[in-house]
Design a protein. Structure first.
Length: 285
């Protein structure tokens, strides 16, 4: 997740005149029982995609750009309201300075050149991460994008830039402490209220491409009860069909949030009822 992710964000902020080609969509035989409201994606595999084709890594990044554009276009059509993408992590600062500088230049260009088309398409941009550590021009570009699109609602696009899950938790705890709350009075709800994502639902589904199983410090707090979907498909090949497969997989799962399913609840009720009847018979005898 470096230059390729920057290129992905750059491309989805394209002008209205740039239309992507339509994809053939494999629709399920029956409508999905449920669609996740919030989908988060760890986009991985651009470099490997290019290497497999004996192409420079830049070719993989460009292919990944088109893939993300297709997903952003498809998400609201599939009933997704929130899409969160991992753009640049707090760990990415450890890359060579010239690479980081190039990434920041591309982010600045993205938020300035393509903002109007996103606004027109009804996409609301949110930023998750430590804004103050970015270059002043990047900060301004992000702030402008957030302000300009704040009234949009067709799709909420959350861009994790200079983001780390542990850093987010630390920032939230510091904010709670700064508010004067004694340590023994701190609650989960207080911490949640100070997260970057405090006013949106936690992700229902987290997708990671390229066969990786790591969380990579992504939405650590919010993903406590998220469903995970890992696919060997490299991100440049992750199209709308692949998204539909992931959504269908999600729809088949039973989310219990630490409780028991309804079928087990019914069995527990029957067992309790049987026990009560038995005690009643004994008391009457």
């Amino acid at each position: 997740m470096s230059k390729g992710i920057v290129d992905l964000i750059l491309h989805i902020l394209k002008s209205p005149s740039g239309k992507s080609k339509k994809q053939e969509i494999t629709l399920p035989e029956e409508p999905r029982a449920i669609t996740p409201q919030h989908v988060a994606i760890i986009m991985d595999g651009n470099g490997r995609w290019a290497t497999k084709r004996h192409l420079p890594r830049g070719a993989g990044h460009r292919a990944g750009v088109e893939a993300l554009h297709n997903i952003v276009e498809a998400a609201p059509q599939e009933g997704i309201q929130y899409l969160t993408v991992y753009a640049f992590s707090t760990e990415n600062w450890g890359r060579p300075k010239d690479e980081v500088d190039g990434l920041m230049d591309l982010f600045w260009d993205s938020f300035n050149r393509y903002l109007e088309s996103l606004r027109a398409e009804g996409v609301r941009i949110r930023h998750f991460g430590r804004l103050q550590e970015l270059r002043p021009d990047i900060q301004q570009g992000i702030s402008n994008a957030v302000e300009t699109t704040k009234n949009n609602s067709r799709l909420n696009l959350n861009v994790c830039l200079n983001y780390g899950g542990r850093a987010e938790i630390l920032d939230a705890i510091r904010a709670v402490i700064a508010s004067g709350v004694p340590s023994d009075r701190v609650t989960e709800e207080m911490i949640t209220a100070h997260m970057y994502s405090h006013d949106i639902p936690d992700p229902d589904l987290i997708i990671r491409t390229a066969g990786e199983m790591r969380l990579s410090n992504f939405l650590v707090w919010q993903s406590a009860y998220s469903e995970y979907y890992s696919t060997p498909t490299l991100f440049p090949d992750f199209d709308r069909n692949e998204l539909v497969v992931a959504l269908n997989s999600f729809a088949q799962r039973k989310r219990k949030f630490g409780k028991i399913g309804p079928e087990h609840a019914n069995m527990a009720y029957l067992a309790k009822d049987t026990e009560a009847r038995a005690k009643s018979e004994i008391s009457r005898s």
